[in-house]
Design a protein around this ligand. Structure first.
Ligand SMILES: Cc1cc2nc3c(=O)[nH]c(=O)nc-3n(C[C@H](O)[C@H](O)[C@H](O)COP(=O)(O)O)c2cc1C
Ligand SMILES: [Mn+2]
Length: 535
């Protein structure tokens, strides 16, 4: 008997049988297998639901503001079903609520998914790792591979090399993201696109990867940029000038050509994360996604533009960005906790919308932290520690504290060995990729817990002479920073909160910090019950 398996199921099955990672694809809770990420958004949603990590809302909701207010309350509430919070974020690690699937959104037939990445547990699941620390270790292995020395070691490495060879994206003939194709009748307003905050300029697509190609090298880029809806076949493209999508666009514009671009929603659960990851310009997000995914991302050719997109995506919007036009985009309630003001960005003209038969529309909101993007950012913080240490080996650990909304503050821990080492570290950070935009860099000694804000601020308060121990430099800044004198450029401050040593200016005799002796601490711990003190 011929059994017809629907395309997506057959596809998942092939993935399940893949010998690369994991023991099962469906992942019942605690099945004890190696973790795997999800082949598409639908399987991510189903698994979150099985794990009690997703709530379906059948009551009608308004995509205008109402979804934001619900999601904001949930993302700031205690997380559900999480393991212990990670040691690197014991306080805020307990937040995030559940993912939300709104099944009845006013004005659209499609369900809206929000907060799917909004807790440590869910980002861990999405990235298919036991913990972000374990993932960082895997990245460390990649950055510092141990060279095999003996023949047997080399043989043992072969399966790993075979795995690496299967990580690049691969173009296939068809995929579920093109089950339904709209061209003439394409209309972005058919999607349940939300308005996030009251003074926003309109409705914005917020959790999409923008797929472009470098016109010279053909290298693909994926970046997460917001897109404001203007007309049924037109959105804006809000990329910051430092980002790769903008760089590609400048290259097309210099040739006087329009740029093909695809807006991709959904796909492998690692993809939205990879789109936010601050990889260096010519490092491919899709290759990185393949590494996280344990298997190369399958792509299909778009219907109307020369771009390839993930076969397993939910929804793809195809179109062109004109070389020389701009429209007034924004304002938009942004991740800084303030509105980013209206400004001119290029329009994106839509030629097709393709989707699965029953697509889910994924979105997110940004605003005062913590929100969903906090966990995407924390994943980057952990994954990039080994990479940061390649550039700045002095760094032992760092923390982008929640209040800093990523670019405003970094706490950095070093093992100080020579005078003004903290200055060297600050300047290295101001030269390191998107960390260059960090407004305040605070450097502390290795006994300080950078993940404990009080511990860091205690050492700022006690160890700093502001005139001697701070440095102010000028440079490029986050274009969302409203306090800089110019958009995208301003000043940054480094605060050296380490213990001062000779060679660092005028330094008097430095006292030791109070620490009880190990002997007494152990004795008191041993005798604690004797004292009858309840704490
Ligand atoms: C939820 C969310 C929304 C974002 N929105 C934008 C945006 O509208 N414009 C932008 O340039 N960057 C935005 N970013 C940041 C970029 O996605 C990120 O810096 C990425 O590394 C850029 O990739 P690229 O360098 O390949 O362009 C957003 C990030 C997140 C997590
Ligand atoms: Mn990039």
């Amino acid at each position: 008997m011929l059994v017809l398996i629907p395309f997506t199921q057959a596809h998942s099955l092939g993935y399940a049988l893949s010998p690369l990672r994991g023991c099962c694809y469906s992942r019942p809770p605690n099945c004890g297998c190696n973790e795997v990420s999800y082949i598409d958004l639908q399987s991510f949603v189903n698994d979150l639901e099985q794990r009690g990590q997703l709530v379906r809302i059948s009551a009608e909701v308004d995509p205008i503001l109402e979804i934001t207010e619900i999601a904001d309350r949930v993302s700031k509430s205690p997380s559900v079903g999480d393991a212990e919070p990670p040691a690197t974020d014991p306080v805020h690690g307990r937040l995030g609520g559940t993912a939300l699937l709104f099944e009845n959104v006013k004005g659209s037939k499609l369900p809206v998914l929000i907060n799917a990445y909004g807790s440590y547990e869910r980002i861990r699941l999405a990235l298919g790792c036991e913990s972000l620390a374990a993932l960082a270790e895997r990245v460390e292995q990649l950055v510092k591979p141990q060279m095999p020395t003996t023949f047997m070691d080399k043989v043992k490495k072969l399966p790993e090399l075979a795995k690496l060879a299967s990580m690049p994206p691969k173009v296939v003939r068809s995929g579920p993201c093109q089950e339904v194709v709209h061209t003439d009748d394409a209309n972005v307003f058919d999607l349940p696109v939300i308005q996030c905050w009251p003074d926003d300029g309109g409705r914005f697509i917020t959790l999409a990867g923008m797929y472009t190609k470098d016109p010279d090298s053909g290298e693909r880029n994926v970046g997460m940029y917001r897109a404001q809806l203007f007309e049924p076949k037109m959105t804006a493209m809000h990329w910051h000038m430092h980002h790769d999508g903008a760089r590609h666009h400048r290259k097309y514009a210099a040739r006087g050509e329009r740029m093909p671009l695809a807006i991709v929603l959904g796909g492998e659960s690692v993809l939205p994360y990879a789109a936010t990851c601050p990889l260096p310009p010519d490092v491919s997000e899709l290759l990185f996604a393949g590494l996280l995914n344990g298997r190369g991302i399958e792509l299909v050719r778009c219907k109307t533009i020369p771009i390839e997109v993930p076969a397993n995506a939910e929804i793809v919007i195809e179109g062109w960005v004109e070389p020389d036009e701009t429209i007034l985009e924004g304002p938009f309630g942004d991740h800084t906790g303030f509105y980013s003001l209206a400004d001119r960005f290029p329009p994106f003209r839509i030629t097709a919308i393709t989707h699965r038969r029953d697509p889910i529309y994924p979105t997110t909101i940004v605003g005062k932290p913590p929100m969903e993007d906090y966990y995407l950012g924390k994943a980057t913080e952990r994954i990039f520690l080994p990479l940061l240490r390649v550039i700045v080996p002095d760094v032992i650990d760092y923390n982008l504290p929640r209040f800093g909304a990523f670019h405003n503050c970094a706490f950095v821990k070093i093992r100080k060995e020579y005078p003004l080492q903290a200055r060297r570290v600050m300047h290295a950070i101001w030269g390191a990729g998107q960390m260059a935009l960090t407004k305040f860099v605070v450097v502390v000694d290795d006994h300080v817990d950078v993940h404990d804000e009080q511990d860091v601020l205690f050492h700022v308060g006690s160890n700093v002479d502001p005139r001697r121990d701070t440095v102010i430099v000028d440079g490029p800044m986050d274009i969302l920073d409203h306090a800089t004198p110019f958009c995208g450029s301003g000043s940054k401050m480094g605060i050296d909160a380490t213990r001062k040593i000779p060679g660092e200016g005028t330094v008097r005799e430095w006292p030791d910090e109070l620490v009880m002796s190990d002997e007494i601490r152990e004795r008191v711990t041993r005798r604690w019950e004797e004292f009858g003190i309840e704490m």
